[in-house]
Design a protein around this ligand. Structure first.
Ligand code: IVH
Length: 695
């Protein structure tokens, strides 16, 4: 082994170890920056030695295109679904049948696992170098017999090991050929973020994490899959023929852990159905506190021999069953429909409900999204409706109920023609679902802008909540975002609220006014505001609330331009060179800065000392992030070789020429792509030029 090969191997080992700590065990041992440095170092070394790049390197999670149309591949053994039970009685019946069929009078050993609400996935591992195994294929369930090959997308999920070392295999006593089955889920935090991002892009929010995960795994862009932060929990360990590798399910879960997979810690081997019921009860309580959705508990016979003996009925095993939780829904009456104004002026209708308890939370409001949705539901005020809520999702009205006990309401709802907060006219743009208040001075817009600006993940000003913001506006202490930075202790001391107390003896109530924010809290709030000045350009950009500029786009823009000044004068072409920025986004940015009040706001923030710069993206390697297009026949390199070299150096290869193309590498008989490059003024080089760049 050369020196470089040794270095690369050691670095990969180290990165895999930290990936495991971070993504599987949730216990990082180094900072994100340190991790990034390790990864960059690996990318640098691999760029210097493209011949040493292997597909199981941690640098190769995102890359390549999914195979055309996700080809169908037969499963090693069918992926079945489970029969459901909904009550204790049904579960006890199932247990009785199992014991009867197993010929056991004694209690049967079960394993309880959470039923994760995601999509099932089969991962096939095959022999890799030095006794290791590498991820060869990821298959969706498909029709159960054949799945879809989604390998390139599955590789981007950080909790899925791209390789398992010989030592790990040895320890778990598993051969280099094995299969892992489990569930791909979208954690609630990732789901929430994805929906916020969708909102800034003017898209309807995704309905639930499960659907979003299912859609994501079949996306044609692996880098989008990588951003969505899916997770994978393993629950079956099989050999390459699809047979159980170990004599017990409980042992298989432990072996999966030893192999480096994420296995849900909420699991238990239970010696009989009473203990199982206790597990289910606890799971129901835990359900509200998890970072992901579960919709029940799966109960499996522990001994694989007994499993085999029990066998299958048509589509489901007899040796396992799903105890399903009831949907978190309820029926209640719509008392009114109110319209809320968001920070972009968007009007959102909200149903005011007779309070109803759903899954332990009282729900008294539910979003109706927009006017079209009200029409689709055929909703009238006074109607009874079915309301559902996911783990973290805002409750929503799913249907109008119309039966004997629930008569229909009568009052039709008309979308207001004027803003409920400032009385300006509202406008609905052709082709858009939303009505907007176009008055930029609308107090509701300023209120929502302030709340967004101060929120966690943006400028992170703790203590600047709804009550404080409302009074700051009422008392005209704040008329723009920039005014936050000139607030004084005296200003905050003016904020008051009314407190009502009841005399215990006489029952008399007294109302008096009291400071809304105490002296200590005022100091803390002022310190928070001062500290937010250092949040950096990306946060400020996100905080300004430019249409279509969500957290991620703001981050990319900040890295590309490095300062607000540079961004404000950037042309559409400059802006659109940033990944993910298209004409719609660049136009929104221009419109924002064309408004003189917005430019004033930026300058005021700057004068207040708010940091308006960011570290420009460190080019990770000589071709960091640049897009290349290959066309024609190169004299020495094949397409694949050229592509591998460019990617190893941190560049990207695309199939078509656009303004985002940095270089077109043209060989003999180059065709229309070369013409397109000339048309767009994209630089054209030949193979020698490419080699030059790579040096
Ligand atoms: S066992 C033949 N275990 O639930 C055995 N499934 O309705 C079937 N699921 O398709 C799978 N968590 O997508 C099993 N701990 C778990 C599970 C689980 C979620 C899903 C899986 C399956 C569906 C069955």
């Amino acid at each position: 082994m050369t020196d470089a090969a040794r270095k690369i191997a050691a670095l990969r080992e180290k990165i895999r170890h930290h990936e495991h700590l971070y993504y599987v065990l949730d216990a990082p041992a180094i900072s994100d920056a340190e991790f990034d440095d390790l990864m960059r170092e690996l990318q640098r070394l691999e760029a210097e030695h493209p011949e040493l790049v292997t597909p199981d390197s941690p640098s190769q999670r995102v890359g390549g295109k999914p195979k055309e149309g996700f080809p169908k591949v037969a499963h090693s053994r069918p992926m079945l679904s489970l029969d459901n039970v909904m009550s204790e009685e049904e579960l006890r019946d199932w247990d009785r049948r199992v014991r009867q069929l197993a010929g056991e009078n004694a209690e049967i050993g079960y394993v309880c696992e959470y039923k994760l609400d995601g999509i099932s996935m089969a991962l096939q591992y095959r022999p890799g170098p030095n006794g290791s195994a590498h991820l060869a294929r990821g298959l969706t369930r498909g029709d159960g017999t054949t799945g879809e090959d989604v390998t390139t997308n599955v590789r981007t999920i950080r909790s899925i090991p791209l390789s398992v070392s010989g030592a790990q295999l040895h320890k778990a006593d598993v051969s280099q050929n094995f299969e892992v089955r489990g569930e791909v889920v979208m954690p609630l935090a990732a789901f929430r973020r994805a929906n916020e991002e969708r909102e800034t892009q003017g898209l309807a929010p995704a309905a639930n994490p499960r659907n979003y995960a299912a859609g994501t795994i079949r996306t044609l862009e692996p880098n989008i899959v990588a951003q969505r932060r899916l997770d994978f929990y393993a629950y079956f360990l099989l050999n390459e023929r699809g047979e159980d590798l170990l004599p017990e399910q409980a042992g298989a879960l432990d072996a999966l852990t030893a192999l480096g997979f994420r296995v849900n810690p909420h699991r238990a081997a239970m010696p009989g159905i009473d203990k199982v019921l206790a597990f289910i009860e606890r799971a129901g309580e835990q359900r509200e506190t998890l970072g992901y959705e579960i919709d029940g508990v799966v109960i499996k016979v522990n001994a694989t021999q007994v499993q085999q003996h029990l066998g299958y009925t048509g589509r489901a095993p007899r040796w396992a069953v799903a105890f399903k939780f009831t949907a978190r829904g309820g029926i209640t009456q719509v008392e009114d429909i109110k319209v809320q104004v968001g920070r972009t002026g968007k009007l959102t209708p909200v149903a005011v409900l007779t309070p109803v308890s759903i899954g332990g939370t009282t729900v008294s409001r539910a979003t109706l999204h927009n006017a079209d949705e009200i029409e689709r539901l055929g909703l009238k005020i006074g109607d009874y409706v079915k309301v559902e809520r996911g783990g973290d999702v805002i409750p929503k009205v799913v249907a109008v109920v119309d039966d004997k006990e629930h008569p229909r309401g009568h009052r039709a709802f008309y979308f207001p023609s004027h803003c409920p907060e400032c009385d300006s006219e509202v406008v609905r743009t052709e082709g858009e679902a939303d009505y907007r208040c176009v008055n930029i001075d609308c107090p509701a817009r300023l209120r929502e802008s302030l709340l967004h600006f101060a929120s966690r993940g943006v400028m992170n000003i703790e203590g600047l909540g709804e009550a404080v913001v409302a009074q700051l506006l009422d008392r005209r202490l704040v008329r723009s975002l920039a005014d936050l930075y000139t607030l004084t202790d005296d200003d905050l001391a003016q904020l008051q609220h009314e407190v009502t107390t009841t005399d215990k003896k006489t029952g008399e109530t007294k109302t008096r006014t009291q400071a809304l924010v105490g002296p200590k809290e005022r100091q803390a709030l002022l310190a928070e505001i001062a500290a937010s000045k250092k949040a950096g350009l990306a946060r400020v950009l996100f905080g300004l609330g430019i249409r279509f500029v969500g957290e991620r786009t703001a981050q990319l823009l900040a890295e590309e331009f490095g300062s607000m000044e540079a961004l404000m004068v950037a042309s559409a072409d400059d802006l659109e060179r940033v990944n993910e920025v298209g004409p719609r986004v660049s136009q929104a940015i221009h419109e924002f800065f064309e408004e003189s009040r917005n430019r004033d706001l930026v300058h005021k923030l700057e004068r207040a000392g708010v940091v308006m710069t960011a570290e420009k993206r460190r080019k990770t390697s000589q071709l960091g992030g640049l897009t290349f297009v290959l066309t024609g026949t190169l004299p020495n390199l094949s397409r694949e070789e050229a592509k591998a070299k460019i990617e190893a150096a941190g560049g990207r290869v695309s199939g078509s020429v656009s303004k985002k193309t940095y270089y077109v590498v043209a060989g003999e008989d180059a065709g229309s792509k070369l013409d397109k490059a000339r048309e767009l003024g994209v630089k054209v080089i030949d193979e020698a030029g490419l080699e030059e760049l790579l040096r």
